[in-house]
Design a protein around this ligand. Structure first.
Ligand code: SF4
Length: 187
């Protein structure tokens, strides 16, 4: 995997779960989006779930939001990529950032009693998720749900709490920056 030099900005904010739910959570809307995603029903971190998402949110008091913004080097944004090269460069940029944020959150979870990490995207702890073969999760201690899989609106969260804007890459072109957002639910 190629590594690049880039700047990372870190954002953190602690909010009451009740207020976060009111502002940024719409479970039916985001579950609807998840249904259209190739990971739906294929990864244990993704819907449908065998628990009440609403009850999960309500069983915590505080959400510590944690985001990283990667400023993509200009020499990578001023060109257009073929499909495979684009996939590869996005993965080279985003996978290390996701791993770094997830490790930070898991370390916080380990030292915060009764807390739960909210991850970014699907769980990719295994090469192939066991849900594809209808088998139980191989490592539930590593599987964490993302904010969006629990109905959280990432764009709204970033705008409302960090006064920033999420931008989506256009096919073949890298955006000026990427945002990853996770969190820690605390009782
Ligand atoms: S730990 Fe493995 S089996 Fe469990 S959700 Fe993650 S990828 Fe799937």
């Amino acid at each position: 995997m190629i590594t690049y030099n880039y700047e990372i900005e870190t954002y953190q904010r602690e909010v009451a779960v009740s207020s976060y739910m009111e502002t940024c959570v719409d479970i039916p809307k985001f579950t609807g989006y998840c249904r259209q995603c190739p990971h739906y029903r294929k990864n244990w971190a993704c819907p449908p779930f065998d628990f009440s998402v609403e009850k999960l949110w309500h069983s915590y008091e505080t959400l510590r939001l944690s985001a990283k913004k990667m400023i993509v080097p200009p020499e990578l944004t001023d060109r257009t990529y073929e499909k495979d090269a684009f996939k590869e460069i996005c993965s080279n940029l985003l996978v290390p950032m996701k791993q770094a944020l997830l490790s930070e959150l898991m370390a916080l979870e380990a030292k915060t009693p009764d807390s739960l990490v909210l991850s970014m995207g699907t769980c990719d702890a295994c090469i192939q998720c066991t849900r594809l073969n209808k088998k139980p999760c191989r490592s539930p201690d590593r599987c964490r749900h993302s904010i969006e899989s629990l109905g959280g609106d990432l764009s709204k969260t970033i705008e409302h709490y960090f006064k920033e804007k999420l931008i989506w890459p256009k096919e073949g072109q890298l955006p000026e920056y990427f945002f990853l957002l996770g969190g820690l639910l605390i009782k």
